[in-house]
Design a protein around this ligand. Structure first.
Ligand SMILES: Cc1cc2nc3c(=O)[nH]c(=O)nc-3n(C[C@H](O)[C@H](O)[C@H](O)COP(=O)(O)O)c2cc1C
Length: 199
């Protein structure tokens, strides 16, 4: 069975919700989905003061386990136009995997969120793709066959680079139905491509 890791970082829960939708899509394609998060690096006192969602049930992943999956779908919110450092730090610990070529030929994909519509979703996803390519991974986005991303009738995340959601400046906006559809689509698409590559 094709195994897909949905690896996420979420301070306020939006990416956590998107990660679970991505995992649903993986399962819809008949693959196994494992949802894990990367460790929090913000000191507990600051995380509490900042109202981080600290009760997330997903287990914390180990960098070495990336080698156990056929695909890794990475989700993290935008921080000043680039990926959250918690996710960066996790991948900075994968030099050993890189040296052994353990991720070569596996599928990689990215999804994200930001507070504002033009706050850096595309730069966040595109900024992370080189990491996947350095590992020799086959990068999969969110093709336009997910027609939901072309909608003009409402505020929408989602681009050919990957699924995304927009949280609003105060974080009160939750992923919309179309954005969750995009997340499920990306999960299904990654699992389908990974199954074909696995043979
Ligand atoms: C330090 C910091 C920097 C941020 N930078 C941006 C930014 O550049 N653009 C933007 O639209 N949102 C920015 N945000 C908002 C986050 O992207 C948003 O809170 C996050 O995507 C929500 O996802 P989560 O609920 O999974 O944590 C920033 C948030 C923090 C805490």
């Amino acid at each position: 069975m094709t195994r897909v890791l949905v690896l996420y970082y979420s301070a306020y829960g939006h990416i956590e919700t998107m990660a679970n939708a991505v995992a649903d899509g993986v399962r819809e394609a008949g693959a196994e989905a494992v949802v894990k998060r990367v460790p929090e690096l913000v000191p507990r006192e600051i995380a509490e003061k900042s109202h981080f969602k600290l009760d997330q049930p997903a287990p914390v992943a180990e960098p070495s386990e990336l080698a156990d999956y056929d695909a890794v779908i990475v989700g993290a919110g935008t921080r000043f136009g680039t990926v959250a450092s918690q996710m960066r730090n996790f991948w900075d610990q994968t030099g050993g995997l890189w040296a052994q070529g353990k991720l070569v030929g596996k599928v990689g994909a990215v999804f994200t969120s930001s507070a504002t519509q033009h706050g850096g979703q595309e730069s966040t996803i595109l900024g992370f793709i080189p990491t996947l390519l350095h590992h020799g991974m086959v990068v999969v986005g969110l093709p336009y066959s997910f027609a939901g991303q072309t909608g003009m009738g409402e505020i929408l995340g989602g681009s050919p680079y990957g699924a995304s959601t927009i949280t609003g400046g105060d974080g009160s906006r939750q992923p919309s139905a179309v954005e969750l559809d995009g997340a499920r689509f990306q999960g299904r698409h990654v699992a389908t491509v990974a199954a074909k590559l696995k043979g």
